[in-house]
Design a protein around this ligand. Structure first.
Ligand SMILES: [Zn+2]
Length: 262
């Protein structure tokens, strides 16, 4: 049984990711500017966290994902900047996808605590969690896991600062399958009984022998099955959208110590 949460990461039943031709993905990290001098002095640590998070996602991708840092936002495909954390969200990711489900632009905002609001979040490792989580969205993990030890789980779990086995498996399968993989169509090819999931399809691919080649044979047919060819602009903001695609913002529970900080 395949352990992923890809079923939570589909857009109109299709997978979403960067095409292989987009590698290396160009990343711009905005300068860290902060009001408090003590915080500003930590800028090196925050920038280092971004580099480590990029390396981690890249390292576990089996060579599928490569990043390249660029010096100007105008050259970037993923833009990472900093903001003061608010009560509702720790991080935020807005992305653009093409009609064929290819990711092509992302803007990530990482929340930093001033030590008053979400003081527990002031810990470096928790910011690291947010960076990893938002980068996960940026790579195409556009949903949330239901497993509390996964980096893509919400609400934010304190102490989870790395990628789980399921995070790794999900990302690897996302990049093993073609951009805009249509599991419904693939499942029909395998004659799976109605009600099958993308995991059933992956299992069929793994267990299949002569039939197990949907990647190479399906791209033309997939296009025929796509029902919504319009360009999709997703703006993920939990303040505006509480539905299926509220994936980019992490809820955290309001700690009791917080209530005086209006
Ligand atoms: Zn999220």
């Amino acid at each position: 049984m395949t352990q992923t949460y890809l079923d939570q990461c589909l857009k109109d039943d299709l997978t979403v990711r960067w095409p292989d031709s987009a590698m290396p993905i160009k990343v711009y990290v905005a300068p860290f500017k902060w009001y408090e001098k003590s915080k500003q002095q930590e800028s090196y640590a925050y920038n280092k966290m971004v580099l480590e998070a990029l390396n981690l996602w890249s390292n576990i991708s089996n060579g599928s994902i490569k990043f390249q840092l660029v010096q100007a936002v105008s050259q970037s495909q993923i833009d990472i900047s900093w903001r003061r954390v608010d009560r509702k969200s720790l991080g935020h990711c807005e992305y653009l996808i093409s009609p064929d489900s290819a990711m092509y632009s992302c803007e990530i905002k990482i929340g930093i605590s001033d030590g008053l609001i979400h003081a527990q979040y002031n810990d470096f490792s928790e910011v690291e969690h947010t960076i990893l989580h938002e980068l996960g969205h940026a790579l195409g993990l556009i949903g949330h896991s239901k497993g509390s030890t996964d980096i893509m789980y919400v609400p934010h779990q304190y102490g989870v600062t790395g990628l789980s086995k399921r995070d790794v498996e999900t990302l690897r399968w996302l990049y093993k399958l073609p951009v805009g993989f249509n599991y419904q169509m693939a499942g029909q090819k395998y004659n799976l009984p109605p009600g099958f999931t993308i995991h059933d399809v992956i299992d069929a691919m793994l267990g299949g022998t002569s039939k197990a080649k949907p990647q190479s044979s399906s791209s033309k047919e997939e296009k025929k099955y796509r029902e919504k060819p319009e360009i999709l602009l997703e703006h993920h903001d939990i303040l505006e959208q509480m539905g299926k695609f509220h994936m980019s913002t992490q809820n955290i529970l309001k700690p009791p110590s917080d209530k005086n900080n209006a």
